[in-house]
Design a protein around this ligand. Structure first.
Ligand code: SAM
Length: 261
């Protein structure tokens, strides 16, 4: 048992409970609707991240960590020959499955869905039984606690073939979103805490409070990186990283082992 075990259990419970309302955030609907100006920047940033992934080219076999409701799974399945989409929440994976099925029906029932294997499981207990060409993680890296960072990247290393690559997209540091019209994000003066539409963020401690529409509240891991701090943290673990942010919202990075041929 490590010190983050309780927090990780609460984080898994949070995402299971949040599954039916998760895509409201991604689609900026309901309580996440922040008006037109915000929506325009959001959509541009999503398109920027999608172009970055397309440019990266997630070909061959892909492991997707924390696939959730499958917002990235279908993109991956367009370019990959196989996707193992892993998540601890059966509720989010059921939504991912229905999106893949819907897409397959629209496209004549063949292709992407047949290339995806949805796997319910805890990332921190996962052991690959094969190697992959690409490891992908969307909005997952910020949920890895500091005391698990090294073992998580050791898992990525075990998952990847000798010339394997990774691609990561996540939330940019809140300071980048502060001041945007409609954005509720506010970094407080000491820089150690912030508030968002979802609750209080402990920037120094790497945790956040999250509430659901029914009022239930959870504490989860939320560690923000800048492009420089990500490159440094992963560089210390032996990875060569190219990282940047989109205009306001996202951190986008890719890389490979530093000693790779
Ligand atoms: C912020 S969501 C990201 C989902 C998806 N990748 C996306 O971009 O929309 C985080 C996901 O991590 C999953 N998760 C949380 N803890 C996990 C764990 N220990 N092992 C596997 N998945 C976990 C949650 O169920 C949730 O689907």
């Amino acid at each position: 048992m490590t010190s983050s075990d309780g927090l990780l259990a609460e984080q898994r419970a949070y995402y299971r409970a949040r599954a039916p309302e998760y895509d409201d955030w991604w689609q900026r609907r309901g309580r996440y609707d922040r008006g037109e100006a915000f929506q325009t920047v959001w959509e541009n940033d999503v398109a920027d991240a999608e172009r970055a992934l397309a440019g990266f080219g997630a070909t061959g076999s892909v492991i997707e960590f924390a696939a959730g409701t499958g917002n990235w799974t279908r993109h991956l399945a367009k370019t990959a020959s196989h996707v193992t989409a892993l998540d601890a929440s059966p509720e989010t994976l059921a939504i991912a499955a229905s999106k893949l099925e819907r897409g397959a029906n629209l496209e004549g029932g063949v292709g992407e869905i047949d290339r995806v294997e949805l796997v319910t499981g805890d990332i921190f207990g996962f052991e690959p039984d094969r190697t992959y060409d690409v490891a992908f993680m969307g909005f997952w890296h910020s949920h890895v606690p500091a005391d698990r960072l090294e073992s998580f990247w050791a898992l990525v290393d075990r998952c990847l073939a000798p010339d394997g690559r990774f691609f990561l997209i996540d939330n940019a540091h809140p300071s980048l979103t502060q001041g945007l019209a409609g954005s509720p994000l506010e970094v407080h003066t000491t820089g150690e805490t912030a508030t968002s539409g979802q609750g209080t963020i402990d920037l120094a401690g790497g945790t956040a409070e999250r509430t659901l529409t029914d009022g239930r509240s959870f504490e989860i891991v939320k560690r923000y990186f800048t492009p420089a701090s990500l490159a440094e943290a992963l560089g210390d673990l032996g990875w060569a990283v190219e990282a940047r942010t989109t205009e306001r919202f996202f951190l986008v990075a890719d890389g490979r082992r530093r000693d790779q041929p």
